[in-house]
Design a protein around this ligand. Structure first.
Ligand code: 3PG
Length: 210
């Protein structure tokens, strides 16, 4: 699966909340200039749909997906806007079934073994483990991997420059999601140079051999 491979090679997926779609283009430029041409644009605001449209039309080289999807309607709108993958914070059967039926890569959010078993039902290879730090972080991922050795994880929630290397050293983790380089406050204050430099620092950090 191509999208999975791309996320795996980037190792870090910026989790973004845009309050205004006017910030979508400068944010995309900062991420591209920082060396991380990827975004999970969360449907936590009304600007998500337009922001995805702008990012995918103006910056087709970027890997742009939609996050925090809670309904099939949102999933359909995200895909129509150009998203190439879907992420949910928790497991939603309807959204998952829509994605599977339409061959759309989806990363359902889970944090328990019971939820993880739902991925097996739909033969999905990667779970978003969320909120990672609050639910035991790496220790929990390793424990979950024992009974479910074929599932991989994309942890997000509380991951930052101080702990990401530890997560990425685990072979069950394909990539981490994080917002520390793209905080809403930076975006709303138009601190795009700061976003570029924090992104570039993050890229240098994660590409460095352990
Ligand atoms: C997410 O939805 O993945 C999280 O909000 C990201 O968590 P973080 O803001 O702690 O990186």
């Amino acid at each position: 699966m191509e999208i999975l491979k791309q996320i795996e090679s980037l190792k870090l997926l910026p989790v973004i909340k845009l309050d205004s779609s006017e910030n979508a283009a400068p944010l995309a430029e900062a991420l591209i200039a920082g060396g991380l041409p990827a975004a999970e644009v969360t449907f936590r605001t009304d600007a998500a749909e337009d922001s995805i449209k702008i990012m995918t039309q103006k910056y087709p080289e970027m890997l742009t997906g939609a996050g925090t999807i809670t309904s099939v309607d949102q999933a359909e709108r995200a895909m129509a806007a150009g998203a190439s993958f879907l992420v949910t914070a928790g497991f939603n059967r309807k959204v998952t079934e829509y994605a599977v039926a339409n061959h759309i890569p989806i990363f359902p959010g889970i944090c328990t073994p019971t939820e993880l078993m739902l991925l097996l039902e739909y033969q999905l290879p990667v779970a978003k483990f969320f909120p990672a730090e609050q639910y035991g972080g790496l220790k929990t991922i390793k424990a979950l991997s024992a009974p479910f050795p074929n599932i991989k994880f994309m942890p997000t929630g509380g991951i930052n420059a101080t702990n990401i290397k530890e997560y990425l050293a685990c072979d069950k983790i394909i990539a981490c999601g994080g917002s520390w380089m793209v905080k809403d406050s930076f975006i709303n204050n138009h601190e795009f140079e700061k976003i570029r430099s924090l992104t570039a620092e993050a890229v240098t950090l994660i590409q460095k051999e352990a």
